[in-house]
Design a protein around this ligand. Structure first.
Ligand code: GLP
Length: 235
């Protein structure tokens, strides 16, 4: 049975603080928690709040990333976008002494990444944003709920949203994404959505009576027993 709880706040900063509070509370209960972290603009306040935490809290934690652009840029070559490894290092991973699992070494064997994430029958936490087309991680429309971690083409809308255009020279057209199967194995899922432009997709994917379907990947969250949605708009 789905047990989605909606928790609206007035400001994006409060969404981030609440996400950080829940994650730190989880780490206190289980210091060896496996946590999968997202990128994007939405989680920035969460990372700011997490950086205020005591680094020793993170010693036993296992941190994974949710997705990464593919292929990896050539070492030292200038690129017009930021890799998710660079983002995560800056926002949190370089600030905490946790066990850290980068995605890039698994580009050629994504099943191994699934195995590591799900080593204890599933991650403790998966933290998510949501794409304008309802994608979670980079599970684009067309992703079934049993999809594995894999390399996937970015939809034209995602390329437009993330890079300001489709097939722009120098920008990736593919990414590796944690599959919906591993996301749905999480003990807890936290989804943050901020800014009014995210409101309609959250309402459609998670609040409407539409049954979950592959064209709206976030709608599969309705099949998970413990999802918390944090927004800065009323629902
Ligand atoms: C990217 C990421 C998603 C993220 C989404 C929304 O496509 N793969 O994990 O949720 O963007 O990003 P933003 O928070 O910047 O709106």
């Amino acid at each position: 049975m789905s047990l989605i709880s909606f928790n609206p706040f007035s400001h994006a900063d409060d969404v981030g603080k609440e996400a950080a509070r829940l994650i730190l509370e989880g780490l206190e209960q289980k210091p060896s928690s496996t946590i999968v972290f997202p990128t994007g603009k939405t989680p920035i306040p969460m990372y700011a709040a997490l950086r205020q935490s005591e680094p020793s809290r993170w010693t036993h934690a296992r941190l994974f990333h949710l997705d990464e652009y593919y292929p990896a840029p050539k070492p030292g070559a200038p690129i017009p976008y930021e890799t998710f490894e660079t983002y995560l290092r800056r926002e949190l991973w370089d600030h905490v002494p946790a066990n850290q699992y980068w995605m890039e070494p698994y580009f050629n064997h994504p099943a191994k990444y699934d195995e590591l994430v799900c080593a204890e029958s599933g991650p403790d936490w998966v933290i998510l944003g949501i794409g304008g087309n309802g994608h979670i991680a980079f599970n684009e429309p067309g992703s079934p709920p049993d999809s594995d971690t894999r390399i996937i083409p970015l939809s034209p809308q995602t390329q437009q949203d993330n890079f300001g255009g489709v097939h722009l020279p120098g920008y990736p057209t593919h990414a590796m994404t944690l599959g919906l199967a591993s996301i749905l194995k999480a003990k807890r899922i936290l989804l943050m959505a901020t800014g009014d432009k995210k409101r309609s997709i959250v309402e459609r994917a998670l609040l409407s009576s539409e049954p979950p379907h592959i064209d709206l990947p976030a709608s599969w969250l309705k099949t998970h027993p413990h999802v918390t949605i944090l927004t800065d708009f009323p629902l």
